[in-house]
Write a protein that binds this ligand. Structure first.
Ligand code: AMP
Ligand code: MG
Length: 422
């Protein structure tokens, strides 16, 4: 649907053609092609980047049966029936050195000392912890029975030869890089960083370095917070600075930035005021142009999303809280989509009880910032109230909760999903 952009006697009527959150998400899904350019980088630099191929192990990890405790490697069945009062006797035939192939075999009734992480001798299938034995010369009293595989990580138990360890589209976390190191992969194919352009608009907006603000001036918050959010998702930010609410300047700066990036974000000027030019600028950047102008959401209603010659362009509301919430919801979706990222949304959510009643309007999805707290052994979410112009509202929050368009509000004590801020 085309956005309403009505002119009457030279002034525009404030009217947004709002769409539901779910509708917007669905529309975004149908719009943009993936960007497939790939580079190979070291795992030491790969945190936050998106894997471009499945990673398959070429070996077993561990490559040998490995003890998880300090103790004595034995045949499990030889320990059966061992108790504190009726220990079983073993002959100690030696000890295993870390990082060395023992090249020895355990026979019935024999035991060999093995440190944590050490290699089990041939014939052993379990390890008795040193807490459960007594050493008398080269004899061993075992006071506990162990089952086969007890206290042992078997060859290939962590990763087997040929196993897919990580899938294409996975955003690499520290533990994933550890997993790659374990299988000897030190270079990974990742998608080249998404280039994301960011432009702040507003006559009142000045660089954050401005020491003395003149009356009416505001430091550029979104130029910093949205840039950081993009970087946290593995994107490369190209910041275009601040432009005035002046159509020609806004358009030419946007066009210049648009050429250099995979995704363009414009902050401010997204409503229907006389000096709000974002939707017009976006429609000039390419076609088909704007497909979302106005979302039935609080905060962040005046949000714009366009497809300009296949490239996504997003117009975020200037209010810093709205801008961050809307980036988190849809900017993230767009970035993930461009790289086919497989993200488990629940990995960023947890359940908590809301501490206060919150009213909400049916037909609109609300996102309420919350601070988490443990009380009486339960996790509680305390709403952080405040207008969307207050950046500290976000600074004080750990995450946000969604109140669906179908609900009139939530009641104190209700369980809610908290979407954690990263
Ligand atoms: P706008 O979306 O341009 O109507 O702006 C809405 C409100 O957000 C206004 O109060 C602006 O001063 C404020 N605002 C716009 N852009 C920024 C920015 N980059 N940083 C901080 N506040 C902003
Ligand atoms: Mg403005």
């Amino acid at each position: 649907m085309e956005p309403l952009n009505l002119h009457q006697n030279g002034s525009r009527i404030e009217l947004l053609d709002v769409q539901q959150v779910q509708e917007v998400a669905e529309k975004i899904k149908m719009q943009f092609q993936t960007i497939d350019s790939v580079e190979e980088i070291s795992i030491t630099e790969a945190v936050g980047r998106v894997l471009a191929h499945d990673m398959v192990s070429k070996e077993d990890v561990p490559g040998f049966h490995r003890s998880t405790v300090d103790g004595y490697a034995v045949k499990a069945r030889n320990t059966y029936g061992s108790t504190e009062s009726m220990p079983t006797f073993f002959h100690i035939t030696g000890s295993v050195k870390m990082g060395k192939d023992v090249n020895q075999t355990i026979q019935e009734g024999q035991a060999m000392y093995v440190p944590t992480g050490g290699m089990l001798p041939e014939g052993a299938d379990a390890v008795v912890m040193i807490e459960d034995v007594e050493v008398v010369g080269d004899l061993l009293n075992v006071f506990e029975q162990v089952a086969p595989r007890e206290n042992v990580i078997f060859k290939g138990e962590d990763v087997y030869d040929g196993e897919v360890v990580l899938k294409k589209g996975h955003r690499l976390r520290p533990q994933d890089l550890g997993g790659l190191a374990a299988i000897g992969v030190t270079k990974v194919p990742v998608y080249t960083k998404l280039k994301v352009g960011l432009l702040s608009t507003g006559d009142e907006i000045v660089p954050p370095e401005t020491e003395e603000l003149l009356p009416g001036q505001i430091r550029d918050i979104n130029g910093i917070s949205i840039a950081a959010a993009v970087q946290a998702l593995g994107g490369q930010i190209i910041y275009g600075g601040i432009v005035k609410d002046q159509f020609d300047q806004y358009l030419s700066k946007s066009q210049e930035l648009f050429q250099q990036v995979d995704f363009l974000i414009l902050s401010g000027g997204s409503s229907m005021g006389t000096k709000d030019y974002t939707s017009q600028v976006m429609n000039q950047l390419g076609s088909p142009g704007v497909f979302v102008h106005g979302i039935s959401i609080k905060p962040g209603k005046p949000t714009i999303i366009a497809n300009c010659n296949g490239k996504p362009v997003m117009g975020l509301p200037g209010h810093p809280v709205s801008a961050m919430v809307l980036f988190e919801l849809f900017g993230r979706q767009i970035m993930n989509q461009l790289h086919q990222v497989n993200e488990n949304p629940f990995a960023k959510q947890l359940r908590a009880r809301i501490s206060r009643n919150i009213a909400s309007q049916v037909g609109r999805t609300d996102y309420v910032r919350v601070q988490l707290e443990i009380r009486d052994h339960e996790l509680w979410a305390n709403p952080v109230f405040g207008k969307s112009g207050l950046i500290t509202n976000l600074v004080k929050s750990d995450g946000m909760i969604e109140i669906s368009q179908y609900k009139e509000g939530i009641t104190a004590g209700e369980w809610v999903n908290v979407i954690l801020f990263s």
